[in-house]
Design a binder for this molecule. Structure first.
Ligand SMILES: [Zn+2]
Length: 321
């Protein structure tokens, strides 16, 4: 049976995939669900801003992209569907929820079991009454440590992953929080190969990253092209992980974008960052350090395909192949 990723427009066999960006943003509302017009925008307005950046990425070789703006920071299905329809890039939508401070009131008192049920439904049946399925579970933990609510989210995610095979990706700043997450998820029975440590580069101690990889987790180095981030440091980080023998745990992305509904022109405060620096600048830098084309393909094609793949799932009316 061919493994597939689950995109907004349906399943796509991973053997027909090329480069997949595992962490980008198309539409993000960092004001959170406390403002009255949270996550509201006309899909056409969003498309007119975002489409040129998707076209640029497609020309640069991107075939699939993961939208990491989860519930609480702007997930808007109508917008995502519109974008998926105007670009050749396969787009993957999240289920899950962001940090505690961004959690909608409707999810605050939900039990682990009920939350797991909701997320499993979004992964296996569809989101918000549609037949559009989420392709992974996106969480976040607070930068100063996990809250009880975020621990509840991890437990629910482990259950939803067990029921659906979906990978869990969690915004995690620092090794201490990451190790705690790995412990919680392992206790819940999760195979840590189904976990992505988002923003692993924020942990400067490489040995902690390597320990997470040894336990099975993906290390997502996802601030390629970020002006706040030393790109030399990122390069050294990637080279260090390869040297330690964990190339198959590496994921690379920009954490770039995005349409910002808080502004009339839709632009984020720092301007719209493109999705192409990986190909135009980071690959050449890796090559200069002797990283081969085969290694670059493993990191940017094979690893994300494996991370986001589902082994078996049936679509209504379709027989699994
Ligand atoms: Zn992000």
């Amino acid at each position: 049976m061919t493994k597939k990723i689950q995109t907004i427009l349906g399943p796509v066999p991973i053997d027909s995939l090329g480069l997949l960006l595992p962490h980008e943003h198309l539409f993000t509302d960092l004001r959170g669900p406390i403002v009255p017009d949270y996550a509201q925008a006309s899909p056409d307005d969003v498309a007119s801003v975002v489409e040129p950046y998707l076209a640029e990425a497609s020309s640069a070789g991107v075939t699939a992209m993961v939208e990491c703006s989860t519930v609480g920071v702007g997930r808007n299905l109508a917008v995502l569907q519109c974008l998926a329809e105007i670009t050749p890039i396969h787009i993957i939508a999240p289920t899950g929820v962001y940090k505690e401070a961004f959690t909608p009131a409707s999810l605050r008192d939900t039990s682990v079991e009920r939350l797991a049920e909701l997320w499993t439904q979004e992964l296996l049946s569809g989101i918000e009454g549609t037949t559009i399925r989420a392709g992974f579970i996106k969480l976040a933990v607070s930068d100063d440590g996990l809250t009880d609510l975020e621990i509840r989210n991890l437990k629910a995610a482990a259950k939803a992953s067990a029921a659906s095979e979906a990978v869990i990706a969690s915004h995690t700043v620092g090794g201490e929080a990451a190790m705690l997450e790995l412990d919680i998820l392992e206790n819940e029975g999760l195979d840590l190969e189904r976990f992505i440590w988002v923003h692993a580069q924020a942990e400067n101690d490489l040995s902690i990253q390597i320990e997470a990889a040894r336990r099975g987790a993906y290390l997502e180095i996802d601030s390629i092209g970020g002006t706040w981030q030393s790109q030399t440091q990122l390069l050294e980080n990637v080279l260090g992980v390869i040297e330690a023998g964990y190339i198959d745990n590496l994921l690379l992305s920009h954490d770039a974008g995005w349409y910002n509904p808080a502004r009339l022109d839709g632009m984020p405060e720092e301007g719209f960052r493109s999705y192409t620096v990986l190909m135009t600048e980071f690959f050449p830098a890796l090559r200069e350090y002797g990283v081969t084309e085969e290694q670059i393909s493993r990191i940017t094609i094979d690893n994300p395909a494996r991370a986001f793949a589902f082994n078996s799932f049936a679509y209504p009316g379709c027989s699994p192949s």
